[in-house]
Design a protein around this ligand. Sequence first.
Ligand SMILES: [Zn+2]
Length: 314
Amino acid sequence: MFDQVEISTGLRRITFPMPMSPGHVHGYLLPVDDGFVLVDTGLSLPDLAERWQELLSALDRPIAAIVITHFHPDHVGGSADVAQLTGAPVYQGALDYEQCEKVWGSDAWAPRIADWFHIHGASPEETAALLDAGSVYRPFVRFVHDPQLVREGDDVAGWRVGEFPGHADGHICLSKDGVMIAGDHLLPRITPAVGLYPESRPDPLGDYVASLELVAEQAPRLALPGHGEPIEDPAGRAREIVRHHRDRLEETLAAIGPEPRSGYELSYALFPDDRGPSQRRFAVAETLSHVERLVVDGLAARGGDGGLVTYTQA
Ligand SMILES: [Zn+2]
């Protein structure tokens, strides 16, 4: 069985284990007319079916639908297993599903992202290490290939779909009566990673700040995140994360300087602690999202030649 907490009448949080950091991910069971909507599914781990069977027999009503907030492995990974066990349809954001297919649906992504790390300044050895670090998740991702695609304003059993690009380009959240099922758009304590990746939207940090401002404006009374405890002041937390990124943008600008530097090099200025290739992957992507925001703002310039992308202060 999974750990469970009742958040409010009938609305339950289920905690899925994760063998890698941060060690857990939450799914939510939302009570609806004909059962529950499940939001997010954890990784496809070997004991998932057994644990789900225990949970399903303890629930008084069926899982009527499964909603995926975004295609990162800890959220989408177990979706095909849970869909099979419950017979419930899977709902996923249209853009998110497109990216899910691209990243997890074939072997074409590995060379694509290898080229990309390379043009951003990683050596062939460093690129190989970054790729290996990313491939650890692959065995734990089994997603559904023909989900129901949803967009901003759609309704899933009385819950409103909202698009909040940033942590993932196609990230969606569900909202009803002031409660937001936030996925990784809003997290307590840790700031959600915002990275630039190949074939992603061009300015993910700009998207993210706009999505945070939307939360500050909508001011839900409670946000239920994919990791950590419920957020009692979502608008305040959103504003705090906006401030964090404003500070990080200043640090990024200071790191860029007058000499051309690659995203890989800059990532060491901004994330000097090296905890290995899996952290470095995030550091490079996060650095690039900040640098590209500065390019959009006219404060940095992108240049380079011979297949290497570099940045200088504008
Ligand atoms: Zn997550």
